[in-house]
Design a protein around this ligand. Structure first.
Ligand SMILES: [Zn+2]
Length: 173
């Protein structure tokens, strides 16, 4: 899948949850591809869509960043951006490795289209529109959000202390 679509899909989904985290999320959404260049620049041999595209690695990283260690949500946003990249690459014909132990490729929705196919623009268009709709319904981006109590704002206005915010920032209900 092309970077523009990786960025649009991860970025717009992230904007629904937390607009300030879109930048690290988009960086993460392109990471599995630019990590291949970094590895090559360091003289490590990598196959395209292989070592940097393992689904279970990105998922573990994202869960770790979400529940164990994080830096202001930035690490989690980066990691979930990466998961999003892997899942959308999994919709292409080539697919991605599911885990380091499986040689079979992992496909989502049958892995029907090739990178650059109009289908991937259609998918990202749908995700972007759904996100805009969700943002409109939830009112993300400032005011009260029914399903995502905004602990960061409550902390800023002094209603909750730091510990309360830290404990509740991922509690969505
Ligand atoms: Zn990729």
């Amino acid at each position: 899948m092309k970077w523009i679509n990786h960025s649009l899909i991860a970025g717009s989904l992230c904007a629904v949850v937390s607009p300030p985290l879109v930048a690290p999320c988009v960086l993460g959404a392109t990471a599995p591809d630019w990590m291949e260049w970094v590895a090559k620049a360091m003289g490590i041999r990598v196959r395209h869509r292989h070592q940097t595209h393992i689904f279970t690695h990105w998922l573990c990283f994202a869960l770790f960043a979400t529940f164990l260690f994080d830096f202001n949500g930035i690490l989690a946003a980066f990691a979930w951006g990466g998961v999003c990249h892997i899942l959308t690459d999994a919709m292409t014909v080539t697919g991605v490795p599911f885990s380091p132990y499986s040689d079979r490729r992992f496909h989502l929705f049958g892995g029907r289209f090739r990178t650059g196919d109009p289908m991937e623009y259609a998918i990202s268009g749908i995700v972007v529109m759904a996100s805009i709709l969700l943002i409109a319904i939830l009112g993300t981006g400032g005011s009260y959000i029914p399903f995502f109590p905004d602990w960061a704002t409550r902390y800023e206005v002094g209603l909750a202390d730091a510990v309360e915010w830290k404990n509740n920032r991922f509690r969505f209900f």
